[in-house]
Write a new protein. Structure first.
Length: 166
């Protein structure tokens, strides 16, 4: 056997001993909110706030934090548009509701997160998850405090929960 043949045989045997090499996927699949679902979430949140007499803005972002839907009630302040979008962005970016983030970043080791642009740890931002997938987030601004905004955001999610469970 030539030295080239021995080298090929040795390489072949080494390959067999090493075992199979796990192939890594080159692509992946994600689930996204449809524009219709995002709109239904926003409308549900807006309606929940209206029933309590609050004029708010509602933003729904996709899993990448890009705004899909933005609704502002007639008398909601102009600042509520950016605040709602930033609450939704914060919730999706950190995969936690913004009430939890408010507490976690109030002081101590995580307080530095408050210096990130768009980071808004104030109640009203809620991730939208269904079937084990993170689909997006909803943010509400304009209620009398973070607890009220959070409740309206959750009501928006509840408006489509049954449609999203898969």
């Amino acid at each position: 056997m030539t030295s080239m043949g021995r080298a090929l045989l040795g390489f072949s045997l080494l390959s067999l001993c090493a075992g199979p090499v796990a192939a890594q996927d080159a692509t992946f699949t994600v689930k996204q909110l449809t524009p219709e679902s995002a709109l239904k979430i926003a409308q549900g949140a807006l309606e929940a706030c209206r029933k309590q007499g609050f004029q708010v803005a509602v933003a729904v972002v996709d899993r990448a934090g890009v705004t899909q839907v933005l609704l502002r009630d007639r008398l909601a302040g102009p600042h509520t548009v950016d605040v709602a979008a930033n609450k939704a962005w914060t919730a999706i970016s950190f995969r936690l509701d913004t009430l939890q983030l408010a507490e976690a970043t109030a002081s101590g080791g995580l307080s530095g997160l408050r210096s990130i642009a768009r980071f808004l740890p104030v109640g009203g931002g809620v991730p939208v998850e269904a079937g084990g997938s993170l689909l997006g987030a909803v943010g509400v601004s304009g209620g009398p405090g973070g607890q009220a905004d959070d409740a309206c955001a959750r009501a928006g999610f509840e408006a489509v929960r049954a449609d999203l469970e898969f």
